[in-house]
Design a protein around this ligand. Structure first.
Ligand code: NAD
Ligand code: WQD
Length: 337
């Protein structure tokens, strides 16, 4: 298939690009580089031996996007592009609605104008809000609790209306849990600007000596060791989930919301210990107050993904930590992004 990846230069997009290229798809990466760099294209060539066209553009530039879809005879789009920091979305809601919701509208206009009707959308487990039960299945009520999550929900609802409007739309909303890890080469990975918002990159930077200690946000949750529990999924498993979704959509018109998680939760302290084991480095930490908006435990029921996509996450927590560490080290030695 010819597949256009919006946000294809970012963390999840670049790993998905590796998997799709290695499965024989032809790709176009479309990204405004607001949270990535041009070097990703070179890294992808290094990993796959294949050259991938890259278009430096914003998804809100409907004309440029339409031209890209038509020129490259695109069959399907995977829409990764978007802003993703929850805290920033509270401070700058208009930026988030403008970039994420307007971006999705622009993409749909472009796809409609050239009659492309297969779309995979990067949604998030954040659409479930505070869990009413665990594990979270796709029928769990949705109730986002911040502007970032509400953007995801608005887009999912919009995609529902679009899928209803004509029977030949094929749309998957993939609700990712907590993507971590990196490609085994250590060439691509998650490289946050400034202080990391998320646990795994923060732990990696502490292990590498870049930050003094980890703040553990709360040890008084009703979990086994009192710290927050999440469903961490290896980014390469997640990437393979996208390839499986393209295969599924080719047989399955309509709208499908599907969790991509492992079904297994790990606590913050379990993550610290696993990272220490994988890296051989000490990760000092201090227990501090809970972070506003956090919940005690979130993990997926991954049954629908296994039924529909014949896919499940295969990589272990050790793989997640070891690959993160490999990327962290190569990043420090200046090999990467
Ligand atoms: P990322 O920031 O690494 O990648 C997003 C890419 O989109 C970046 O390369 C950025 O430059 C690009 N981009 C942003 N706005 C754009 C625009 N208007 N036009 C063109 N390009 C634009 O983020 P990621 O972690 O790879 O996330 C990809 C998608 O998955 C996002 O939609 C995110 O909300 C979603 N998601 C991520 C996580 C996570 O924890 N990483 C979890 C759930 C869902
Ligand atoms: C994980 C656990 C923290 C940092 C976020 C978004 C979500 C999704 C994934 C996009 C929690 C604890 C963290 C630290 C800590 N993104 N923690 N010290 O909050 O589950 O999800 O990323 O869709 O929308 O909200 O992930 O990695 O921030 O936190 O103790 O320095 O680690 O309290 O228990 P989260 P996270």
């Amino acid at each position: 298939m010819n597949v256009l990846l919006t946000g294809g230069m970012g963390y999840i997009g670049s790993h998905t690009a590796v998997v799709l290229l290695q499965s024989g798809h032809r790709l176009v990466l479309y990204d405004n580089l607001s949270n990535s760099t041009y070097k990703v294209v070179e890294k992808l060539t290094q990993i796959t031996g294949l050259h991938t066209p890259f278009i430096n553009g914003d998804v809100r530039n409907t004309q440029l996007l339409t031209e890209a879809l038509a020129t490259h005879h695109i069959d399907a789009v995977i829409h990764f592009a978007g802003l993703k920091a929850v805290g920033e979305s509270v401070e700058k809601p208009v930026d988030y609605y403008a970039n994420n919701v307007q971006g999705a509208i622009s993409l749909l206009e472009a796809m409609q104008s050239v009659d492309i009707k297969t779309l995979v959308f990067s949604s998030s487990a954040t659409v479930y809000g505070e869990p009413q039960y665990l594990p979270l299945d796709e029928n769990h009520p949705t109730r986002a609790i911040n502007p970032y999550g509400r953007c995801k929900l608005h887009i999912e609802e919009m995609l529902g209306d679009v899928a209803e409007s004509a029977p030949d739309w094929r749309i998957a909303c993939l609700r990712y849990f907590n993507p971590v890890g990196a490609h085994e080469s250590g060439l691509i990975g998650e490289n946050p600007d400034g202080v990391p918002n998320n646990l795994m990159p923060y732990i990696a930077q502490v292990a590498a000596g870049k930050r003094a200690e980890l703040s553990v946000f709360g040890a008084d949750y009703p979990t086994a060791d009192g710290t927050g529990v999440r469903d961490y999924i290896h980014v390469m498993d997640l990437a393979e989930g996208h390839a499986a979704t393209l295969r599924f959509l080719s047989q399955s018109p309509g709208l499908h919301a599907i969790n991509l998680g492992t079904g297994q939760g790990y606590s913050v302290l379990e993550m610290v210990r696993a990272f220490e084991k994988a890296s051989g480095c000490h990760v000092p930490y201090r227990i501090v107050a809970r972070r506003a908006g956090d919940v005690s435990a979130v993990y997926a029921n991954p049954h629908k993904a296994s039924e529909c996509l014949s896919w499940r996450a295969l990589r272990s927590l050790d793989d997640m930590c070891a690959s993160t560490w490999r990327f962290q080290r190569s990043e420090r030695s200046g090999m990467t992004l």
